[in-house]
Design a binder for this molecule. Structure first.
Ligand code: SAM
Ligand code: SF4
Length: 355
């Protein structure tokens, strides 16, 4: 494996908090992504094959008690933010109860959810009442036929209803995730931005990553952050960087002017670009991932995982599990290595890891 030099992200001399999960580059893990299920109601072409994947069995998936016990432990180890994802987290039958249990943890982590939105309209109020703080919904297109092509399901009206329901339930600011695909929805970037600004959603474009189950990703074919910004500028938008990025994956921009406007006095909204491939942010990464079958991944692109489910079911104490987690974090790789010689796409695809 290529060794990448990486410097500590904390100002020199700043000690990590006592007991924090620190890796050998000084990065402190505070953000946990939990994949509640590998199942999904859509089949997005950049993520899953048409026929789906070999789903985990019920016995392989963690139970709610196991999820809660592990998240409680991560919180004690310094995790302050927990994002529930999948697969599609809304197909997890007891999602509101999981949210409620996680929102009762002490200290209480910030709780968010990433969803495809298909059944969000009927879940949004219950999730807000259970203690969910924020929501991200994936919407790649506003064209019903293109949505059917991209996701292999005709569910756009339900998704748009779900996004509005999340906003009305107070789960804001609602963030919209969009992956642009050449020959698919690329030209829709300005239209998506106009829609998001109008409705008060925060749009974030995500660069396509080599995590598709079909292994069709290509560096030369993917849509880059530069290309997206050019497309928006050509469409009449003006954006300017919005403050310090910190550990957030999205580079944020204020939108200060738009097509047909004679200049807005104030920014009218925010745009984010998650340019994992062309503008990697690994040196500031504070994220960990727990898969639905209880494997800890310290990087989306890691080639190895740490099994927490086996020891958990064999009766490991919190102390033993904490040691496993500390050791895994300490060995976190410097960067994803996309584009370097020797880079290999991980066996698990995005939906099986938890994006
Ligand atoms: N099913 C939910 C959804 O789609 O929002 C949550 C899981 S999904 C894996 C999380 C995010 O990953 C989505 O916003 C999706 O667009 C994104 N995603 C999936 N495959 C990707 C890929 N190969 N590259 C970049 N983003 C991807
Ligand atoms: Fe399902 Fe989300 Fe993957 Fe689409 S991106 S197939 S909705 S897990």
């Amino acid at each position: 494996m290529t060794t990448v030099r990486i410097e500590s992200t904390r100002p020199s001399g700043t000690p990590a908090p006592d007991g924090a999960l620190v890796d050998r580059f000084g990065r402190v893990a505070t953000d946990l992504r939990v994949s509640l299920t590998d199942l999904c109601s859509l089949r997005c072409t950049y993520c899953m094959p048409a026929e789906g994947l070999d789903w985990l069995s019920r016995a392989q998936r963690l139970t709610d008690d196991e999820f809660v016990r592990l998240v409680r432990l991560f919180v004690r180890l310094g995790v302050t933010s927990v994002r529930l994802t999948g697969g599609e987290p809304l197909v997890h039958p007891t999602l509101p109860s999981v949210v409620e249990r996680l929102s009762s943890l002490t200290p209480r982590p910030e709780l968010s959810l990433t969803t495809n939105g298909v059944t969000l309209a009927s879940h949004a109020q219950a999730l807000a009442a259970s203690g969910l703080d924020r929501i991200n919904v994936s919407v790649d297109t506003l064209d019903r036929e293109r949505f059917r092509e991209l996701t292999r399901r005709d569910r756009l009206p339900a998704v748009l209803e779900g996004v509005a329901a999340a906003r009305d339930a107070g789960l804001g600011p609602v963030k919209i995730n969009a992956v642009l695909v050449r020959g698919g929805n690329l030209h829709e970037a300005p239209k998506l931005l106009a829609w998001a600004l109008e409705a008060g959603y925060r749009l974030r474009f995500i660069e396509h990553m080599p995590l598709d189950a079909d292994h069709t990703w290509s560096r030369t074919d993917m849509v880059t952050a530069d290309e997206i910004l050019t497309l928006l500028t050509d469409a009449g938008y003006t954006v300017r960087p919005h403050g310090e990025r910190g550990t957030a994956p999205a580079e944020e921009f204020d939108v200060t002017d738009g097509p047909g406007s004679s200049g807005w006095a104030e920014p009218v909204g925010r745009l984010g670009i998650i340019a994992s491939v062309t503008r990697p942010f690994c040196r500031d990464c504070d994220r960990l991932r727990l898969t639905a079958d209880g494997q800890l991944r310290t990087c989306l692109f890691a080639q190895s995982e740490t099994d927490l489910r086996g020891p958990l079911r064999a009766g490991a104490s919190d102390h033993d599990l904490a040691e496993l987690i500390r050791t895994a974090v300490a060995g976190k790789q410097a960067g994803h290595g996309i584009g370097e010689s020797g880079f290999t796409q991980p066996d698990r695809s995005m939906s099986a890891i938890g994006g």
